[in-house]
Write a protein that binds this ligand. Structure first.
Ligand code: MN
Length: 136
C-alpha cells in the first residue's frame, strides 16, 4: 500500500480550455496500469475545447451542474453523482453550466507507449455554449 497525499492543483492551459479550469492529479498508472485519474474543477461558464480520447473517457460528476456535448448536436446536463462514458475517438466537450461550478473526476487510459491519449481541437464558440445551456 502506498499513501499519496494531495498533489498540487494546476490551472489548465488556455490553449485547450475556455474560462478558468483547475486540475488536481489523483493517479497515473505505471507499468501494466495505464489508468489516469484527475479531479477537474470548472468555474461557471468554463469548458474544454472540442477534443477526443483514443481509449475513451469516463467522467464522474462530484459537484455542481455541467454540460457534455457531442458533434451531432446533442448536449446532456449532468449533476453531482452522474457518470458519462465517452467512447474512444468520439469528439466532445465538457464544462460547467452557466452560473454554476462543476467538478468531475476524469478517468481515462494512457496509450500503451505512455503517450497522451487526448487530441485537442478548436474551442467551443460562445454562441454554441449558450445554446447548449438553453437546450438541455
Ligand atoms: Mn473529454
Amino acid at each position: 500500500m502506498e499513501l499519496q497525499h494531495v498533489q498540487p492543483t494546476v490551472k489548465t492551459p488556455a490553449a485547450n480550455f475556455t474560462g478558468d479550469v483547475y486540475m488536481t492529479p489523483i493517479y497515473r498508472g505505471t507499468e501494466a496500469s495505464r489508468m489516469s485519474v484527475s479531479l477537474v474543477r470548472f468555474t461557471p461558464g468554463a469548458r474544454t475545447n472540442w477534443h477526443r480520447h483514443a481509449v475513451g473517457q469516463t467522467l464522474h460528476v462530484t459537484e455542481g451542474t455541467g454540460l457534455v456535448g457531442t458533434r451531432d448536436g446533442s448536449v446532456v446536463r449532468v449533476r453531482a453523482g452522474d457518470t458519462v462514458i465517452c467512447p474512444p475517438d468520439e469528439e466532445h466537450w465538457h464544462g460547467a453550466a452557466a452560473g454554476t461550478f462543476m467538478a468531475h473526476l476524469a478517468m481515462l487510459e494512457n496509450l500503451p507507449d505512455g503517450g497522451d491519449p487526448t487530441t485537442w481541437l478548436e474551442p467551443l464558440p460562445d454562441e454554441q455554449y449558450q445554446g447548449a445551456n438553453c437546450s438541455s
